[in-house]
Design a protein around this ligand. Sequence first.
Ligand SMILES: Cc1cc2nc3c(=O)[nH]c(=O)nc-3n(C[C@H](O)[C@H](O)[C@H](O)COP(=O)(O)OP(=O)(O)OC[C@H]3O[C@@H](n4cnc5c(N)ncnc54)[C@H](O)[C@@H]3O)c2cc1C
Length: 432
Amino acid sequence: MKIAVIGAGIAGLTAAHELQKNGHQVTIFEGSDHVGGLASGFKQPNWDWSVEHFYHHWFQSDKYMLPLIDELGWSDKVIFPLPKTVMYYKEKFYPFDSILSALLYPGLGWGINKIRFGLVGLYLRLSNNWKQFEKYTVEAWMRKYAGDKVFEEMWEPMLVGKFGERYAKQVNMAWMWARLKARTTRLGTFEGGFQAFCDLFAADLTKRGVSIHLNRPVALIERTADHQIAIHSQDAVDLFDQCLVTTSPKLMSKMAPSLPEQYLAGLLNLKSIGAVVLILSIKHQLSKEGYYWYNLPKKAGFPFLALVEHTNFLPKEHFGGETILYCGDYLETDHEYFKLTKEELLERFLPSLQRINPDFSLDWVNHSWLNRAAYAQPVPLLNHSKNIPDIRTPIKGLYFASMSQVYPWDRGTNFAVEIAQRAAAMMQSDSA
Ligand SMILES: Cc1cc2nc3c(=O)[nH]c(=O)nc-3n(C[C@H](O)[C@H](O)[C@H](O)COP(=O)(O)OP(=O)(O)OC[C@H]3O[C@@H](n4cnc5c(N)ncnc54)[C@H](O)[C@@H]3O)c2cc1C
């Protein structure tokens, strides 16, 4: 069969891999000039490794991504350093990357709250029935079982940071369950960076006969009278037997306006928020303690949610000896950070780095890069499982697989692989 895949992110590349393996003729249409999508990276001439546009790593529990890399024969290129994650409390930072360090974190005091925090964490890690959780908000469930103090100190700042004030109160407890279930403290990456992995993956697909068209944004997808799927991109119309779209739900609704109203409304009802990430290359190490990931609660007054010192995860020799920092935040797309220029954001962000290292000064900054994504994090509201659009759309031969459908799991490259494999299996069985 002739199959089109829209998008060369991790989901698109994985689907192409699965479909090609089963003997199909696959063509990928990618709107940008590179593969990798949200997981892509960039490189300066003096860097050996790429830096991801948005901080990325794998978890040791990634049970779809790691076997895929193994199947492709590149497991020896995956590394799992053990970086240090810290949590803010009263102008100081405390380790926060193991159950023990979480228990030693002073924000909860030393009494009953710590015990409740530990017991609730253990209960969630041992529970397997996520469906029971989706009818509660994280706030209602945590206040009831972990208590107000544990919720307000530990979980509320994370929810506000990740979903903003508006959605933090509405996110359902299954999302929190999944997040606690599927994460490890050791974090992984690929030799050369995520872009190196994506480029290798794309090159392997090309060698096996998959056509990858970059700079080919798809404008319209429709079913023809003779039961084919027509892909309109630039001035060309190409015909396929099946098509898988891996973009955001909103883009899908624009590309395929002939989908039935109910399916379109379902796509448009899905909530998500964006991400704004400023990357800095600076002259000296910022964290004297070698911390990698700083969780920064909004109420502590930092102008962003996460500070990530990439070169405390990977050696700075890969990046020409420069220290690489990410200052990132998840925000609704009408937030001013989506409009401010890079210079305006630098003005807002840089002074706060002195709270991490008082020696930091503006002349430490070599270069900066600003990345924004409108569709960065789906927001799962109450009973979200009822709102997940089917991968198999009502248009015969047209399929849709996005970050919004990997629920209850939090979006991530591991689940992009999982949903792509599921979609490819469905397409394969429909064609049999
Ligand atoms: C700030 C941030 C941090 C993250 N951290 C991690 C992490 O640590 N670990 C992890 O595993 N995951 C992380 N993720 C999530 C991860 O990036 C995504 O889950 C994953 O990359 C999604 O892959 P995808 O293929 O589904 O979608 P995408 O990567 O969004 O791919 C969709 C592709 O479609 C293309 N496209 C769009 N419109 C069109 C069109 N009209 N025609 C053709 N092509 C089009 C896009 O250019 C893109 O390449 C993070 C994401 C963000 C935003």
